[in-house]
Write a protein that binds this ligand. Sequence first.
Ligand code: NAD
Ligand code: UDP
Ligand code: UDP
Length: 348
Amino acid sequence: QRKPSVEYLSRIGATGGKIPLGLKRKGLRVVVTGGAGFVGSHLVDRLMERGDTVIVVDNFFTGRKENVMHHFSNPNFELIRHDVVEPILLEVDQIYHLACPASPVHYKFNPVKTIISFSIFTNVVGTLNMLGLAKRVGARFLLTSTSEVYGDPLQHPQVETYWGNVNPIGVRSCYDEGKRTAETLTMDYHRGANVEVRIARIFNTYGPRMCIDDGRVVSNFVAQALRKEPLTVYGDGKQTRSFQFVSDLVEGLMRLMEGEHVGPFNLGNPGEFTMLELAKVVQETIDPNANIEFRPNTEDDPHKRKPDITKAKELLGWEPKVSLRQGLPLMVKDFRQRVFGDQKEGSS
Ligand code: NAD
Ligand code: UDP
Ligand code: UDP
């Protein structure tokens, strides 16, 4: 791996020795692609708090101006409406590359051309452009990959060394394969062009500012419980996922970016729940009388998923702190406001 430049080291205050985790230091120029989205906007909040200059690049496919509007008056913040499929020239120190159409609804129900252009183009051409940018300016590049690269895993819990079990012709393969290709491109630029890279494999994450109605299970259940609609459990509800609160993820992403290790690193909460157990926690948190309605499941739905986070614990000194029962109430107020409007503010 190419050594960080003296300029980079002095910016992060590390000229005297090892690169510190440095989560509190100031003054980097950072691009966050997809920064108007759910995860991106929380990351932007932390970077702004640290005193960085932050440029958000987003085409608002699923992101919202409202998620970053509170920074508009800050001269250290800039929002560019731009599709990462098109090249862009910026002068920056770090690139967090999150831009990706990530919601299941878009994969299952959109016409094929939309799927191809948004998913494959963004993951392949968009990632290539951001790697090209990183190469040109000597910036460090972090890819937000996904636990979906493990497909319907035959190994449990999933360790980073597992190569996965992805069906290349399944209904959501364009997402899985798109991210797998993005990882490949990232490692190619690392090996072939000495770009400093980091890869995070993110497991199911929830929290305030998640898209309502984008079809993910936590946002669906919370919105349904608030609207007094039945919670829709797909299949028999015995499939498992591990749910991570967004602040834990953001901490992990920043530690990964500032640390010395390329990855890939699993970033997720090892607490594993069946969808029926999740429905129960949502009932306890929002409405004990909420009904459950069973619906047919999607083909190729992974049966179980749980991260092995030993590597992130050891090398990044990171582990999640917020349990599902602690985290869920923290997103309910935000969802209540967006589902009902401001008149219900404070009633959560
Ligand atoms: P999100 O949909 O809220 O955010 C994605 C953002 O990318 C949106 O603001 C969207 O407008 C933007 N975007 C999409 N295509 C773009 C393009 N071509 N050019 C510019 N901007 C574009 O989703 P999120 O949950 O915040 O996901 C962020 C990243 O984390 C994604 O890369 C996703 O694959 C990854 N991830 C998320 C989860 C999760 O559970 N939330 C799990 C695994 C991986
Ligand atoms: N690129 C970009 N911004 C930059 C530098 C490159 O968007 O500051 C894009 C560029 O248009 C190209 C991609 O990144 O499509 C890959 O760039 P690279 O220099 O690696 O490849 P090349 O341009 O030589 O094919
Ligand atoms: N799911 C569900 N009800 C819903 C939405 C999803 O039971 O209303 C299930 C879905 O079948 C899957 C799990 O919840 O087994 C997680 O789905 P999600 O789309 O949130 O994440 P991913 O499949 O990407 O892990």
